[in-house]
Design a protein around this ligand. Structure first.
Ligand SMILES: [Zn+2]
Length: 315
């Protein structure tokens, strides 16, 4: 369940592993919880019925038991029992999880983390988040918000404000929405850059990918920002690797997938800057499951909750 669309997949699980039977994508043009539940019901009907159990991955902060949406900036929901309302609408068991957690589980089970014991997945998109999977189990932390790497502090309390309300968070500098806003501010101030033409044409097109493109073509301003972003990401992820010592670090999300140079640079910098005992053995991989990851992870978590033991294979 994204901000403006939902993507539904139906999967069949068995001895062979997990197989995607159908895919559906629907526009979500409502914010009212009941209306959103009805849109989910319609998507499941299109996908061939809700099946035995339903998993939903949502871009939201959830309670430790994953039933309550504590905060969903996309829908304006706060402290509301989404799982129960959806179970009543669908008449079947529902599990809800955070979209980054779900994608991290899917990458660990079926994607770039297959076969590793400890998998740290970092997704860079409109924001930035991470998920840690240990021996097939998602690590949630005491209140269910483990992995919120976007809100580690890289600047002091007088720096840029983040969507979480605090200042100096990594996300305030490298998250796609915040980075684009910062680029637009600089361009509006008249900074000398090849991005000015695009900015005058259509300011909404300014993105991390365009910044990387301009930096590669030699634009001095874009190069400076690119270097800053790469350094901030590399050092923050190196710190996470030093603390957690995972077998593999998976880099995914549109920000990394559309900026291959940024991704490569960050991977190299993490290995250099993490404590060498962690960095030397670290495998850095690119996410493999793309847009399916969130839905596939939600299906995996729903099936796991339902008591089915899945094999580590993605058909
Ligand atoms: Zn923050």
């Amino acid at each position: 369940l994204g901000a403006t669309h939902l993507r539904a997949i139906k999967v069949r699980t068995g001895r062979e592993g997990i197989e995607i039977v159908s895919r559906t994508r629907l526009k979500v043009n409502e914010k009212n919880p009941k209306a959103v539940c009805r849109i989910i019901a319609r998507a499941l009907e299109k996908a061939g019925g809700p099946g035995q159990t339903v998993g939903v991955a949502a871009a939201a902060q959830l309670s430790a038991d994953s039933r309550m949406v504590l905060n969903s900036p996309n829908y304006g929901w706060r402290n509301f029992d989404f799982a129960t309302m959806l179970e009543e609408t669908l008449g079947t068991r529902v599990i809800v999880d955070n979209d980054i957690n779900a994608a991290a589980v899917a990458e660990a089970e079926y994607g770039a983390g297959r076969g590793f014991k400890s998998v740290l997945t970092v997704l860079l998109g409109s924001g930035i988040g991470a998920g840690l999977v240990l021996d097939g189990n998602l690590y949630r932390g005491a209140t269910g918000v483990a992995g919120e790497i976007g809100h580690v502090k890289i600047r002091g309390p007088r720096s840029r404000r983040c969507g979480c309300g605090q200042r100096g968070c990594l996300e305030a500098y490298v998250g796609g929405i915040n980075l684009a806003a910062r680029l637009r501010e600089d361009l509006e101030r008249g900074v000398d850059s090849s991005l000015q033409e695009m900015f005058r044409d259509d300011p909404s097109r300014i993105s991390t990918a365009l910044m990387e493109k301009a930096a590669l073509s030699g634009d001095r301003y874009a190069k400076r920002i690119w270097g800053q972003v790469a350094g901030m990401l590399g050092d923050s992820l190196a710190n996470a690797v030093t603390v957690l010592n995972p077998d593999v670090l998976i880099l995914g999300g549109g920000g990394f997938l559309h900026c291959p140079h940024l991704r490569d640079h960050v991977g190299t910098r993490v290995k250099e800057r993490a404590l060498s005992a962690c960095g030397l053995v670290l495998n850095v991989r690119t996410a493999e499951l793309g847009d399916d990851a969130g839905a596939l992870g939600a299906a995996f978590l729903a099936d796991k909750e339902h008591g089915v033991k899945l094999k580590r294979r993605y058909v």
